[in-house]
Design a protein around this ligand. Structure first.
Ligand SMILES: [Zn+2]
Length: 232
């Protein structure tokens, strides 16, 4: 049997960041870490409290959502991870949480507007809220369809998963991804911060304007452009 230690360790370390960052309570949330050469990923087991997790408990699953190694049941969101890995070959890690502020925007079925430079440092667009899933999707293979809902939303809006590494799913919660599991966790914390700030902004001024294009461009490019110089 191939050795899965490296992705089990990576998934474990990344999962343990979620409660530390205040992004999850109880057993909510899951992170996975992929090995492209082996065509599998390691993901948190279902229903195990964070304190009881260990690297060996991470379940190894293929891109069809089938368990390849491990005695525990993989996270109930496993098929969503599988479908995204299968279709987006450049991503190395995925995070799902029900973090409070990002989830609140998902429940309100609203995109998170780009109000400030914190948002623009990471993304040039509003964070999309994918529409709530249809009844037939919900009654079908729900977790698998959630993956399609995410991919279709980006497609409909002409957004690339390499440029935008976060989304909220209407009535549900956020999903983030990245080249590595650590980057996906980072994105999850950034999304929660942006969601919190946007809510406060609208409370203070319900008419707060969207960030102007010149600032969006400036902030994104100083961090990501060819001549990026940003480092805080
Ligand atoms: Zn969920």
């Amino acid at each position: 049997m191939p050795n899965y230690d490296h992705i089990q360790q990576a998934a474990y370390t990344a999962n343990m960041q979620l409660p530390k960052l205040g992004l999850v309570v109880f057993t909510f949330g899951n992170v996975s870490a992929v090995d492209r050469a082996l065509g599998v990923f390691a993901i948190k087991p279902s229903g195990v409290p964070y304190d009881d997790l260990s690297p060996e408990k991470m379940v190894i699953v293929d891109f069809d959502g089938k368990t390849v190694a491990g005695n525990l049941r993989p996270s109930s969101d496993t098929k969503t991870h599988a479908i995204l890995y299968k279709n987006w070959s450049s991503i190395g890690g995925i995070v799902h949480t029900h973090s409070t502020y990002a989830t609140a925007w998902a429940q309100a079925q609203r995109d998170i507007p780009i109000f400030g430079t914190t948002h623009a440092d990471h993304n040039t667009v509003d964070i999309p809220c994918a529409p709530p899933m249809s009844d037939s999707m919900i009654q079908g293979d729900y977790e698998y369809e959630t993956g399609f809902q995410i991919m279709n939303c980006l497609k409909d809006r002409n957004l690339s998963h390499e440029e935008l590494e976060m989304i909220i799913v209407g009535n549900h919660a956020p999903f983030t991804w990245g080249k590595t599991p650590e980057k996906a966790v980072y994105n999850s914390a950034v999304l929660e911060t942006i969601a919190h700030m946007a809510l406060l902004t609208e409370q203070i001024n319900p008419q707060a304007p969207r960030l102007k294009d010149a600032l969006i461009k400036k902030h994104f490019e100083r961090k990501h452009g060819p001549e990026s110089y940003y480092g805080q």
